[in-house]
Design a protein around this ligand. Sequence first.
Ligand SMILES: [Zn+2]
Length: 216
Amino acid sequence: MSDQSIDPSAVAESELATRRGVFRAVAFRDPEDGNEHLALVLGPLGEGEDVLVRVHSECVTGDAMGALRCECGDQLDAALDRIVGEGRGVLVYLRGHEGRGIGLLAKFRTLALQDEQGLDTVDSATVLGLPVDARDYGPAARVLRHLEVRSVRLLTNNPDKGRSLEDHGVKVASRVPLLMPARAQNRAYLAAKRDRLGHDLPHLDPPPNGSDPALG
Ligand SMILES: [Zn+2]
């Protein structure tokens, strides 16, 4: 696919001390989507082989506000913990990915529909004429190339994400599950991700007979 590279004039980096440790923070403007994204790098990446990588889609409600109706914030925390635990890895934080790429306003329109009509995360988008998943992983591929990452162990439950990165030239050596315990507030959302979006979530219980259909 596209083989554009990030212009050096569109990159800035510094050390970033966090609660978990000190990362090398790399901000960049993607040449194709025009958004400013962030990569946090931990440890020397060496030859860039088998690097533990999380490509995280921005979710301001989950990531920054601690919202419980998705598992984004939990996954962001867990991914950073895993990278720190290994002492080496990259977290790519992709902006412009709210609501699987539909934007914040549209995301809230789908949330309102979910609450008012009981629609799931897929149908609430399609009813509004919105794409179910409009995310572009090209910026992640480009920054990984910029960082000289040659192959990744990808922290995700979403096989499509691995395939999309491979389409953009990233060698995905393996997929590492990032399973978050379900909460009452996100059980239906997780079930829809499993049943309708093909996410690999083997830890979720099948809906018990009658009482708690995955939408309950
Ligand atoms: Zn979220």
